[in-house]
Write a protein that binds this ligand. Sequence first.
Ligand code: NAD
Length: 275
Amino acid sequence: MTVPQLPLNSGTTIPQLGFGVFKVDPTDAQRVIEDAFEVGYRHIDTAAAYNNEQQVGAAIAASGIPRDELFITTKLANPDHKSGEIIPAFDASLEKLGLGYVDLYLIHWPMPENELYVQAWRQLERFYGEHSARAIGVSNFLVPHLEALLSATDIVPAVNQVELHPIFQQRELRDFATAHGIVIESWGPLGQGKYDLFGMTAIQTIASAHGKSPAQIVIRWHLQAGNIVIPKSNSRDRMKENFEVFDFEISPDEFATMTSLDEDHRVGGNPAEVN
Ligand code: NAD
């Protein structure tokens, strides 16, 4: 199965389907990521805050996969936005990952009360200029945070990684991102198991029509919406299931049905309030 590549404003590309490792316990993480590589994933989404960069690095080293075939994302943790903290935090991530560069480095949350994300972004611009981050982006940025960044800095984020799934579709934020050439990356793409997306009749009906699982229908909807999608699972069978989404398409009517499921219902934190 060939995963499509989406162009980023950095001139590089990103595999549209990746593997997320939030809440993958460090004791399990190397095995889980090695399984993901064997299944075919080449794009891994981690973060300093996930406490498993070391195991991502060990799995990369054990895999023997050439570096240029991998796409590795990590993120600046919330306590590290101060100017003296960012370079050591980034260096520590690179060291744990065993990498000379990351493919994408994100500010994990804007933490608006701190008012530090604009100056943190200027340091990410330097990492990008030094080629130690091939692309730079943000995560959990709402439109006002993006506006503040765009008006005060030079480089437009390549990516905004945000909570996004059929019952929380973030239309306004996506339109803003599209207008500025920012690619949207869906986190919690399956609703994090906190909302029974797979039990929804509309999704089950589409799944039956294609002989696919509800999870595969939801992932297919993200892909056809043009978003990057990074489902997580510790189970190799589910990793495979989530990867087997390139041999079918949902129809325009089915896509419209999925799009009509939006309830503006977050399952994660509101970035305006996470400080
Ligand atoms: P997710 O929506 O990927 O859901 C994961 C849950 O779904 C797990 O419980 C898993 O067992 C279950 N699941 C996976 N595949 C399944 C299948 N085929 N059938 C049935 N159940 C299945 O949630 P997530 O892990 O929170 O999000 C994905 C990734 O997004 C994370 O791993 C992380 O990399 C990223 N993320 C980023 C942020 C951020 O603030 N930037 C926040 C949360 C997650």
